[in-house]
Design a protein around this ligand. Sequence first.
Ligand code: ACM
Length: 539
Amino acid sequence: MKKSILIKSLVVLIVFTAFVACQQEKKKVINFPMTDLSTENLIPRPLKITPTNSAFGLDKNTIIYTSQNAAGFPEVGKFLSEKIKWQTDLDLAVNSTTKATTQRIIFINQSDSTEFSSKEGYDLYISQDSIILNAKTAEGAFRGIQTLRQIIPEVSNDTLSENKMWLIPTGKIIDYPNFEYRGSMLDVARHFFSIDDVKKYIDVLAYYKINTLHLHLADDQGWRIEIKSWPKLTEIGGSSEVGGGPGGFYTQEEYKDLVAYAAKHFITIVPEIDMPGHTNAASVAYPILNGNGKTPKIYTGTEVGFSTFDTRKDTVYSFIDDVVREISAITPGPYFHAGGDESHVTKKKDFIYFVSKVDKIVKKYGKRMIGWDEIVHADIDTTAIAQFWANEDNAKLAVEKGLKIILSPGKKAYLDMQYDTLSKYGLHWAGYISVDTGYVWTPERYVQGINKENILGVEAPLWSETISNMDELEYLAFPRMIGYSELSWSIEENRNWDDYKVRLGNQAPYLDKMNVKYYPSKLIDWKKSKYTYKTINKD
Ligand code: ACM
């Protein structure tokens, strides 16, 4: 008898509690205005967007939850919270065990039942009271939260409730990338850029779902990475740059810190040591490496093609073995870029011999070799990857040999090409690349006979002969880099210049708030934002 009274009281208590909770919930009902997810300014454009024309009110009571036992998910939740704080000043709790769960929530959920196989895929369900992001991996979740960041409006709505509220349009997004490799390259050899500079570049790349940053770490004018077994590389080779500036280099500790920062943004670092050409700085440090018959001297000009390693000397291969070993040990990503371009003073048979030997060294240290398209002439197998930049015949030969291609055509994807004849920085040997020229091309059909299945992805290189600081770097990289993110993530049917240019103009508030000094192309109607900004060449 006593037991049944207890049970009855418990039932009453539960029903009452549920009723009270319900009443509290009712009090919170807000008549959200109509918003349309399909008109949001997302770049890259997601695969599929289905709007449901209401809104989720992001406010100070919103709580972020994540799958707790899935690797990396709580960290992705923390990253989102930090970025929401930066965007809105809201301090959102992550996986709070004390706050009431009757609030609107963002749930970042590990799920194997998503509709796609890509590890970077995600789906995002936004309703009035919850945002659910499903992804198989933390990497997918990370790409998904960039989408969410992009649809948080710049300004809050201050009339709907007591709290400031940022209205996020409701609906469903299903998304995964078209190409698995989506990259940019920074030449830190011609001019040196600090770790903080590169981190800022990574911040912006990650926002647009870029997943690879290739660092061109050695060239004629400078050597930029500490190699403990060959210390003069940085002592001597690191002390110069184009124009006679001080140069610089990354210690291995600094490089590791950069790699970890990139990894937190799900960006893979690809280190490049360009060889056998573009090696003057290494040969100045260790003249025994030199193979062009002249005494190497520090070089601060911008000519190419005059240097080479001695491809027939054992010491050269012991040197390369040490360099690849030391760099590979601090590079978790799967690739090592061995250059191979413009070796104009290396005899062809020596070049072939050299690249084949380097490929074996790269494999010995567990990496896949990437090389500029010239490497296809060497005796290499299909684990190597050819980066097409200039010669279509090389790209076709690569495909005949079964190699995958990274597309970086100079005429379309070189970030160091000038926008037009008035551009302050950059070169134009491959032509002028205006913002539309950089966007309007089809990687899947750019070289006849090279199809989607042959292409690993797209990379936009930024060579630094004419730029020596962040303002100049950003002038060339932005906004064009944002277009390459769409060209490599979004499917062909979802890419359209007229639609893209409107979404691009609406990136201005983000770029301004990030203090990115983008080139304000007149082709784009840049949205005015509340953040003050001064860009060079702004008119
Ligand atoms: C290159 O632009 N020399 C790869």
